[in-house]
Write a protein that binds this ligand. Structure first.
Ligand SMILES: NC(=O)c1ccc[n+]([C@@H]2O[C@H](COP(=O)([O-])OP(=O)(O)OC[C@H]3O[C@@H](n4cnc5c(N)ncnc54)[C@H](OP(=O)(O)O)[C@@H]3O)[C@@H](O)[C@H]2O)c1
Length: 255
């Protein structure tokens, strides 16, 4: 049985597809759960809040103590899994605290670094360990951002975290290719997607986030993407013959 703290119980795996989604409680992660393209699938959301209708493993991923529990979840579920395909989508991320390095609270900045920079690597490594125990096809999909290669003042830990995520995917993807490529890795920048995170961006002051007006303008022109449309496009990438460790940018600038 699972930890009584989060009430998660480990049921026998019977579905043909197993999908883990961090940040499945909201926004892009929730949309990834709702439009998952496999009919016979079990989805496990890993986040602080649950998503109604889906299994929930409660974890605060800005706390390194929680990462081992997620690794144990991967190991247990994957060892017992007899289906065809396992996907790990890492969508959990935060922009908070928005503001300049050296000006924002140190504790909150530290939690952001742990969630945005460290958790993708540590959880990705835990998934790859667990994936060695299965013959199923395995995928890792990291939800990245154009902030990985664009300077946005006020988002230093977020930009650095997404750059680290992309480079981890490139490197671990090349390693998987060298070992025969059973696990395929992909990092995807989804473009500007209308979620709670976009509302947080628009609520920032120009003092803390000088580019705020650009995001307000995109919203006013209704140029943000629908989360489910973005999620469908992300799922469709798994059907393409991309290089292992590919980093894909779905942002399409408006005319
Ligand atoms: N929206 C965009 O335009 C956009 C663009 C580029 C990239 N992205 C990326 O897309 C991903 C999803 O963002 P979103 O736009 O869907 O935002 P969102 O609606 O605010 O969702 C954020 C998700 O991250 C989870 N999360 C945050 N802090 C967490 C923590 N400490 N522990 C565990 N989970 C945590 C939240 O779950 P709980 O609160 O339940 O823990 C929530 O499910 C992020 O990685 C973001 O960087 C978004």
């Amino acid at each position: 049985m699972g930890s009584p703290r989060n009430g998660f119980s480990y049921t026998a795996a019977v579905a043909a597809n197993l999908v883990f989604i961090t940040g499945g409680s909201s926004g892009i992660g929730a949309a990834m759960a709702r439009v998952v393209p496999y009919s016979d699938v079990r989805v496990i959301n890993i986040s602080r809040r649950g998503l109604k209708g889906y299994d929930h493993f409660e974890a605060d991923l800005s706390d390194p103590a929680a990462w081992r529990g997620v690794g144990d979840l991967f190991a247990r579920e994957i060892k017992d899994f007899a289906g065809e395909r396992i996907v790990f989508v890492h969508s959990a991320g935060t922009l908070q605290p928005i503001g300049f390095a050296g000006e924002v609270p140190t504790d909150a900045y530290t939690r952001q670094v742990l969630l945005d920079s460290a958790s993708p690597q540590v959880l990705g490594d835990a998934f790859l360990h667990a994936a060695r125990e299965t013959r199923a096809e395995c995928h890792i999909v990291m939800i990245s951002s154009g902030a990985a290669f664009t300077v946005f003042e006020g988002w230093s830990a977020y930009c650095a975290g997404k750059a680290a995520m992309d480079q981890w995917v490139r490197t671990a993807g090349a390693e998987q290719a060298r070992r025969g490529g059973r696990c395929r890795l992909l990092s995807v920048a989804p473009g500007i997607v209308e979620t709670a995170m976009q509302r947080e961006i628009r609520a920032a002051s120009s003092e803390d986030f000088p580019s705020v007006e650009m995001f307000v303008g995109i919203h006013e022109k209704d140029q943000g993407r629908d989360p489910e449309e973005a999620a469908r496009e992300i799922w469709s990438l798994l059907e393409r013959e991309l290089e292992n460790g590919a980093v894909v940018d779905l942002y399409v600038p408006a005319d």
